[in-house]
Ligand binder design. Structure first.
Ligand SMILES: Cc1cc2nc3c(=O)[nH]c(=O)nc-3n(C[C@H](O)[C@H](O)[C@H](O)COP(=O)(O)OP(=O)(O)OC[C@H]3O[C@@H](n4cnc5c(N)ncnc54)[C@H](O)[C@@H]3O)c2cc1C
Length: 388
C-alpha cells in the first residue's frame, strides 16, 4: 500500500492552494457580503485545468486522475466552499457525463468549452416536488419533429444563471417511472428557458442557486444526451462521482476551519495562558484533526476506486465518503466556532462562514439519509437506490 502522492498530484494540490491563498482569500469576505459570484477567479481556475480535471487532453481537459481532482477540490474548499461547488458541479455532473455519454458533436460543442473553463455547467434534476425521490420528477419532454419540447420547473440549480450549458432531466415516458427519464443538454439561450428566481441561502453565498422554468422550451434532438430512458442512469452515475467531489469539499472546508481554530487557540489568552494550553481546547482540536484525517482517507479511497474500476459503479464507496465527510465537516465547523468563543459568532471571522457553508453538505447530491440507504442496500445486496 502506498499513501504518497505522485509529482503531478502534488503539483496540482500546491498550485490550487497557492491560487486560493493569493487570489481568493483576500477578497472572500467582500464577495460574500456582495453575494458576488467569483467569475474572474473561476475563469482563472478553469485556465489552470480545474473545470475539466477528469476530461482527457484530446477534449481540452487536464486528463488528471480522481485523486488529483479531490486534492484540487480540497484546496479550493479550504478557502471557499462556494467556489468548490461551482467546480465540482462543472466537473463531476456536467463535463464527465458529456464525455462518457455525449456524441462527438456534443463533445466538440460543449465539452471543449467546459474543460477549458470557457464556460461552466449546471445540473438540473431536483424539482420543487422531487428531490431525494429523483424518479418522481414531473418535467416532461415531448418529441416534435427534430426537437423535444420541455415543460417543467427545476429548483436549486447550482451555477444557475452563470452556466453556459445545463444537463436537464425530463420524462419522455411518464408511465415508465425511473426508466422514462431522458437527459438533455440545454443552453440558456434556447427559447422557453427562464431563470425564475435565485434562492436566498444560509451559506454558500458566493454560489448561485436558481429555479429554472422550461416553458415549451425547444431543445434540438441532437442535444439529447444518451438514449431515451437512460436519463436516470446517467444522473446516478454522475452523482457517484459528484459525491466524491462533495466529500472532498467537506474535507477541505473542515481543514480550513480547523486551521483557523489552531491559529486562534495559539493567539487568544484566558486565565493567564493561550487557549491552546487548556486541555479542553486541545481535545477539541485533536478530535477535529482525527475526524478530518478519517474523512480524507475515505474520500481518497473512493477516488482511488473510481480510477481502479472505471467501468463499474462505485456508489457505496462514494456514499460512505460523502456521508462521513459531510457530517464530520459540520462537527468540525461547530467546534471551530466554539474555540473562537464570541469572536466565532462574528461575520468578521472565517469560521462563521465555514459553519454556515458546512450545513448544506449533508443535504445536496443526496442527503445523509439517502447515503445510508445506498450503503445499507449495498451491504445487504439489494437493488440500487434511485435518489438525487
Ligand atoms: C445549495 C444547494 C444546491 C443544490 N444544487 C443542486 C443542483 O445543482 N442540481 C440539482 O438537481 N439539485 C440541487 N440541489 C438539490 C438537492 O440535491 C436536494 O435538496 C436533495 O437531493 C434533497 O432533496 P429535497 O430538498 O427535495 O428533500 P426531500 O427529498 O424532500 O427530503 C426531506 C428530508 O426527508 C428525508 N427523506 C426523504 N425521503 C426519505 C426516505 N425514503 N427515508 C428517510 N428519509 C427520507 C431526506 O433525507 C431529508 O432529510 C441543491 C440543494 C441545495 C440546498
Amino acid at each position: 500500500m502506498d499513501f504518497s502522492f505522485t509529482f503531478d498530484q502534488t503539483l496540482i494540490r500546491d498550485t490550487a492552494r497557492q491560487f486560493m491563498e493569493t487570489e481568493m482569500r483576500p477578497v472572500i469576505r467582500e464577495y460574500e457580503r456582495a453575494e458576488k459570484f467569483p467569475v474572474e477567479e473561476i475563469r482563472k481556475l478553469g485556465e489552470m485545468g480545474c473545470c475539466g480535471m477528469l476530461i482527457p487532453e484530446e477534449w481540452g481537459g487536464a486528463g488528471a486522475d480522481t485523486i488529483s481532482y479531490v486534492l484540487m477540490l480540497e484546496e479550493v474548499a479550504r478557502v471557499d466552499a462556494s467556489t468548490a461547488v461551482a467546480l465540482s458541479v462543472t466537473n463531476s455532473v456536467v463535463a464527465v457525463p458529456i464525455w462518457k455519454q455525449g456524441t462527438a458533436a456534443q463533445k466538440e460543442k460543449y465539452l471543449r468549452r467546459l474543460a477549458s473553463g470557457e464556460m461552466i455547467g449546471g445540473f438540473c434534476l431536483t424539482e420543487p416536488q422531487a428531490g431525494s425521490d429523483a424518479a418522481g420528477i414531473q418535467t416532461r419532454a415531448v418529441r416534435d419533429g427534430d426537437d423535444y419540447v420541455l415543460n417543467g420547473t427545476k429548483s436549486w440549480v447550482t451555477n444557475g444563471g452563470v452556466a453556459g450549458v445545463y444537463v436537464v432531466f425530463a420524462k419522455t415516458d411518464a408511465a415508465a417511472g425511473a426508466r422514462g427519464v431522458t437527459a438533455f443538454l440545454v443552453e440558456p439561450s434556447f427559447a422557453g428557458f427562464r431563470i425564475s428566481r435565485y434562492e436566498d441561502k444560509m451559506g454558500l453565498r458566493l454560489s448561485r442557486s436558481a429555479e429554472i422554468v422550461f416553458e415549451n422550451c425547444r431543445v434540438p434532438a441532437a442535444n439529447r444526451l444518451g438514449d431515451e430512458g437512460q436519463g436516470l442512469k446517467i444522473a446516478l452515475e454522475a452523482l457517484d462521482g459528484g459525491r466524491v467531489g462533495i466529500a472532498a469539499q467537506a474535507v477541505g472546508l473542515a481543514q480550513g476551519a480547523m486551521e483557523a481554530a489552531v491559529r486562534y487557540a495559539k493567539q487568544r489568552r484566558t486565565f493567564g495562558k493561550p487557549l491552546a494550553e487548556h486541555q479542553a481546547i486541545q481535545f477539541m482540536l485533536a478530535d477535529m484533526e482525527t475526524e478530518i484525517e478519517a474523512a480524507r482517507v475515505l474520500t481518497h479511497y473512493a477516488a482511488y476506486q473510481r480510477d481502479a474500476h472505471p467501468a463499474s459503479r462505485t456508489g457505496a464507496h462514494a456514499s460512505r465518503a460523502k456521508l462521513y465527510a459531510s457530517e464530520m465537516a459540520n462537527r468540525v465547523a461547530y467546534k471551530a466556532v466554539q474555540v473562537h468563543g464570541s469572536t466565532g459568532y462574528s461575520r468578521e471571522t472565517d469560521v462563521e462562514r465555514y459553519y454556515r457553508d458546512a450545513r448544506v453538505l449533508t443535504i445536496y447530491e443526496g442527503t445523509s439519509e439517502m447515503q445510508r440507504m445506498i450503503i445499507a442496500r449495498d451491504l445487504l445486496g439489494e437493488k440500487k437506490v434511485a435518489s438525487g
